[in-house]
Design a protein around this ligand. Structure first.
Ligand SMILES: Nc1nc2c(c(=O)[nH]1)N[C@H]1C(S)=C(S)[C@@H](COP(=O)(O)O)O[C@H]1N2
Ligand SMILES: [Mo]
Length: 150
């Protein structure tokens, strides 16, 4: 795949405790390339080949409580989504799109993408991942912060 990520800031991983993943740690993890489509609520869509570290590989760096139900994925400015953990585990923390690093294409260098991750949940500029155990009956959307848009 492409060169190892150059992160403007480390990724914070919050599970049982808190871990910080820097560029060298991320570069030591396996990478995958997958084609995912980004579909906006407006109907705009495009497919791209994304390359990055599988979320499952990232979470192996931490002790994830077995009762975890969701993953919160947050951007630098607090744009935050809440995704069922089984779905999140199929995703990537992407560093490249169509063979070019995000850092060269965009104003950010990380992005959350996956097969069942709709456009609005494909968070740009990911700086924080947190596992969550939502009690039954709690609306996962109440954990989200989709404003302000970047
Ligand atoms: N950090 C951040 N990520 C974000 C957004 C945002 O405002 N901030 N918008 C989301 C929405 S609503 C969509 S449709 C896609 C748009 O992705 P694109 O610019 O690659 O088309 O990014 C998503 N990820
Ligand atoms: Mo969107």
């Amino acid at each position: 795949m492409t060169a190892p990520p150059s992160l403007t800031q480390p990724i914070e991983l919050v599970t049982d405790g808190s871990t910080t993943l820097g560029a060298s740690t991320l570069a030591s993890l396996p990478t995958r390339e997958r084609t995912f489509e980004i579909v906006c609520a407006s109907g705009d869509r495009y497919a791209a080949v994304w390359a990055g570290v599988p979320i499952v590989a990232l979470l192996e760096h931490a002790s994830v409580p077995p009762e975890t139900t969701h993953l919160l994925v947050e951007s630098d400015v607090g744009y935050r989504v809440c995704v069922p953990i089984t779905r999140a585990l199929e995703g990537l923390l992407a560093f490249a799109r169509d063979g070019e690093t995000l850092a060269t294409l965009e104003r950010f260098d990380t992005r959350f993408v996956g097969p069942e991750i709709g456009g609005p949940k494909a968070v740009k500029d990911v700086v924080r991942l947190e596992t969550a155990t939502l009690p039954p009956g709690v609306d996962p959307d109440s954990y989200e912060e989709l404003w302000p848009e970047e």
